[in-house]
Design a protein around this ligand. Structure first.
Ligand code: ZN
Length: 429
């Protein structure tokens, strides 16, 4: 099933019913939200709640319904600002907390496919597009269970349906609906559900092309597929190496123009593959793709003279270029100047870190789009390169907690002259 076909201009006013499937799975470990509450009799049946962009029929208790409406409006503001188009008319939504609260006449107002989706604990957005090939008018109706951010996910589809009459290919439509679901104002950190993060980290990595170019994938296929689509869209949306091209690509896809991932990113394929693997490996709540964007620009040099290689390493960034290119077996002396803080108001520490090892200067080798294991350095000392590569450095801290760090440490690296005259010891196996 194709998620959304472009409106065909076969005849004027052709009505095309399009489905944005929306799978909201209930993995065993993703607990169904069930707040401690008792609905008063007056609240037992579904009620209509209205805001500027949403007309929502729901059996949620009034305070929760109003809160959801507010969250939807905030989300709408963010996605409309991102894509640069306004929603054209209020989005109709059926949001179901418990179907047994819904009298038969209300259920009859729902489309059978929408109702079936709700019974499956999922969501579905149905968009009608009337198009003459040049202009379109569209109307989207959302059916969603109240849990798992499903209303937010579906509302992104409905917004796209109204604003563009299109949602783009499955990977983009579903990936961005997930991104939109987690979107918070002025916050670029990973906010995906814990089970999504755990699944991605503990699964064999899915090749990029399997995400962006898989004709077998369909909307509503599996929450695992949604997780990979979210990961890719989140990375491209927030990583500073790719974000600039991502929005024009998305707008082209939403406009139904011929555009695809590889046309836009083909020349950066190896870089994206590398950063995508790293993102999945280090993924945790609070991870910041923007702060961990890889430095592809800085030039690295081998040691050619007595002058030190100098870099300034920020505490609030991921791996950063030391500028030093190493050869296996070379021994280097390093010394650091400065201090950094691991959280606002915390005591500053040197590159030795604190007594638990947090904040310690840490190194890693990059060679041919592969990384070594990270290894600890400190404020001063020597190390012998275990392989060829470019040395990257960072302040040792949890990946989800680097955004609140501050401070910069100056690192000087020189070839260790004493070690240089004696050949390195053979490596023990
Ligand atoms: Zn969806």
């Amino acid at each position: 099933m194709q998620a959304l076909r472009r409106p065909h201009a076969i005849t004027l006013s052709l009505v095309l019913l399009t489905l944005f499937g929306a799978l909201r799975p209930s993995p065993a470990h993703a607990q169904r939200r069930r707040s401690a509450r008792t609905a008063t009799p007056a609240e037992a049946g579904p009620q209509l709640y209205r805001s500027a962009n949403f007309h929502m029929m729901t059996d949620l208790p009034r305070d929760e319904a109003r809160e959801l409406l507010q969250r939807l409006e905030t989300m709408h503001r963010l996605v409309a600002a991102y894509w640069g188009r306004r929603n054209t008319r209020p989005i109709e939504m059926f949001v179901v907390d418990d179907l047994s609260n819904w009298p038969a006449e209300r259920l009859q107002q729902m489309d059978p496919q929408g109702l079936a989706s709700i019974r499956a604990q999922a969501g579905l957005t149905m968009t009608q597009v009337i198009s003459n090939g040049k202009q379109f008018a569209s109307k989207s109706v959302v059916y969603a269970v109240a849990d798992h951010g499903t209303p937010q996910h579906e509302a992104v589809h409905a917004y796209c349906g109204h604003a563009f009459g299109n949602a783009g290919p499955v990977w983009y439509a579903e990936g961005m609906a997930e991104v939109g679901k987690y979107w918070r104002e002025n916050d670029k950190s990973v906010g995906a559900s814990e089970y999504v993060i755990q699944y991605l980290r503990n699964s064999p990595i899915r090749p990029l092309n399997d995400i962006v170019n898989n004709p077998l994938e369909t909307t509503g296929d599996s929450w695992q597929n949604y997780a990979w689509r979210w990961a890719l869209c989140h990375l491209l949306g927030f990583n500073e190496n790719y974000t600039k091209r991502f929005k024009p690509l998305g707008l082209a896809l939403l406009a139904g123009r011929k555009a695809n991932f590889w046309q836009v990113y083909g020349t950066q394929a190896q870089e994206i593959e590398f950063e995508y693997r790293l993102f999945i490996q280090d993924l945790e709540p609070g991870y910041r793709c923007d702060l961990c964007s890889w430095d592809w620009k800085t030039r690295f040099r081998g040691v050619t003279s007595a002058s030190p290689t100098v870099s300034r390493i920020r505490a609030d960034r991921g791996w950063q270029a030391s500028r030093l290119q190493v050869r296996k077996g070379q021994t280097f002396r390093y010394s650091c100047d400065g201090e950094w803080e691991l959280a606002k108001g915390e005591e500053a520490v040197t590159a030795d870190g604190d007594d638990q090892g947090r904040g310690r200067l840490t190194g890693i080798y990059f060679e041919d789009y592969e990384l070594s294991e990270p290894f600890e350095l400190g404020a001063e000392g020597t190390f012998t390169a275990t392989q060829d590569g470019n040395l990257f450095l960072r302040c040792g801290d949890a990946w989800g907690e680097i955004a609140d760090n501050s401070g910069t440490i100056k690192v000087e690296l020189t070839l260790d002259e004493e070690a240089a005259v004696t050949p390195p010891e053979p490596q023990s196996p």
